[in-house]
Design a binder for this molecule. Structure first.
Ligand code: ARG
Length: 467
């Protein structure tokens, strides 16, 4: 490819672009990823131009045939991407003119690369959001079904990572699922603002041709054309919004990852992850490392980085289009890839989690996790809560000294601390009694977990049916 001044805008230039500057300002090495959307947008644009009489039907057909062939060349890896042609838009347009001659040069009538690139990214984002949503749904579904199966499995619940009260494993999984349900809403909300069409804004002020933006919007499946041409070419807040959705999602996945990593350790020993999600150590033969959750936890960092990059990219930019905006693509592409892969990893892994029920149960039994239940029992027998708290505190101190959990003490031992304690205390000191007693909406009782799983299932199905 020659180093001559770019043919698309070289008219007013008296010397060729510096070779380094040409490379420095080019984006084709990464924005060729938008080729499919660029061609899709161009076909709609040509169709609209013919509809309003700016192109003849023959010209439109020649352009569409040429673009369709170029699409094939790109898919087969035959397309020769040229850095001096700067970006995906001018590469495709130059190839079109190579193929069909002068008619190819008419495609750019009534548009600019500024509205073209803004349209391409939105089409790209919409496609990727739909792929990401499929993985997110698969993950939520797997989590809900696992929660339902584990509705009665008892484990310790933690505050400050200290044993607090018994909960069910199903309840814990449904807490994760709630986080993902909110992320899902954020994703769908973001999609609404992505699906608006900048095409027709041209460079910044609109165009003098009699274009019909509703026609192009409908052809491209956009909800509507953008309202303001200056905003249309400069706005990238939909990309920031997507990356902020992604950051919150990854923050949630990193929390789940952290718990999975802890739980697979010998010290917790709460779950097993199948070998296919783990790797070994080259030096320590006994090791089985939870690489997948560790890597998801680690990848959270790069997505936060992209959010900060995009926010900073847009900060203080005057209207309308500025070349700065070319920097939006790499952070966005990497965010899309990271989110899709992390969700896929989780959607595959979560249904395969194998809880070690006996070990979870034993951990819950050891940590005085039913101390609150004993206090509540005393309150029901007429003791004031603060006094009950004190009585239970003394019982726990005794348990620590004698290495006994509350449920392992005899009635006589318990009666030393309060005469109101009777045989029926053992109904509340068992782990099963403790979880069953939290029997209200949002509580950890097994029947509540099953009902919550059913509601979650229905909410997910309703999302599918809705828009
Ligand atoms: N490669 C550019 C971008 O990604 C396309 C728009 C360039 N427009 C311009 N007038 N230089 O933003």
């Amino acid at each position: 490819m020659s180093q001559a001044t770019n043919q698309s805008w070289g008219g007013r230039f008296s010397e060729p672009t510096d070779a380094f500057v040409a490379r420095f300002t080019a984006s084709v090495t990464f924005d060729q990823r938008l080729a499919r959307q660029d061609i899709q947008g161009s076909i709609a644009h040509a169709t609209m131009l013919a509809r309003v009489g700016v192109l003849t039907d023959d010209e439109r057909d020649t352009i569409i045939t040429g673009l369709t062939e170029i699409q094939g060349e790109i898919e087969r890896g035959e397309f020769n991407w040229s850095v001096p042609l700067e970006d995906v838009h001018m590469n495709i347009e130059a190839r079109l003119t190579d193929k069909i001659g002068i008619t190819g040069k008419k495609l750019h009538t009534g548009r600019s690369r500024n509205d073209q690139v803004a349209t391409d990214i939105r089409l790209f984002m919409r496609d990727e959001i739909d792929v990401i949503e499929v993985e997110l749904k698969r993950l939520r579904k797997g989590m809900i079904e696992l929660a339902d199966r584990e509705a009665e499995t008892i484990m310790p619940g933690f505050t400050h990572l200290q044993t607090a009260q018994p909960v069910t494993f199903g309840h814990h999984l449904l807490a994760w699922q709630e986080m993902l349900a909110r992320d899902h809403e954020r994703l769908l909300d973001c999609r609404k603002r992505v699906n608006v069409m900048p095409l027709g804004a041209a460079a910044l002020a609109g165009t003098t041709y009699p274009i019909d933006r509703h026609v192009s919007a409908e052809l491209l499946g956009f909800d509507r054309p953008t309202e303001n041409s200056l905003d249309a070419v400069s706005d990238r807040d939909f990309a920031i919004e997507f990356t902020s959705f992604a950051s919150i999602l990854l923050m949630h996945l990193s929390r789940m990852s952290e718990e999975l990593v802890l739980w697979t350790s010998a010290q917790f020993n709460f779950i097993d992850l199948p070998d296919r999600f783990c790797t070994g150590s080259s030096i320590m033969p006994q090791k089985k490392n939870p690489d997948v959750p560790e890597l998801v936890r680690g990848k959270t960092g790069r997505v936060y980085g992209h959010l900060m990059a995009l926010l900073t990219l847009m900060k203080s930019q005057p209207l309308a289009y500025n070349k700065d905006n070319q920097e939006d693509k790499e952070p966005l592409f990497d965010t899309v890839d990271t989110v899709r892969d992390c969700l896929k990893a989780f959607a595959d892994m979560v249904p395969a989690i194998e809880p070690k029920k006996a070990s979870m149960y034993e951990a819950a039994r050891r940590g005085f996790s039913t101390a609150t239940d004993l206090a509540d029992y005393l309150v029901r027998k007429g003791v004031a809560f603060r006094d009950a708290h004190e009585i239970v505190g003394q019982s726990v101190a005794y348990g620590l000294k004698t290495e006994k959990d509350l449920s392992e003490m005899s009635l006589d031992e318990l009666k030393q601390f309060s005469a109101t304690i009777e045989q029926d205390v053992f109904d509340v000191l068992t782990l099963e009694g403790s979880v069953a007693a939290r029997n209200h909406i949002g509580g950890t009782a097994p029947n509540q977990v099953r009902a919550a799983a059913q509601r979650a299932r229905e909410a997910l199905a309703a999302l599918k049916a809705g828009a």
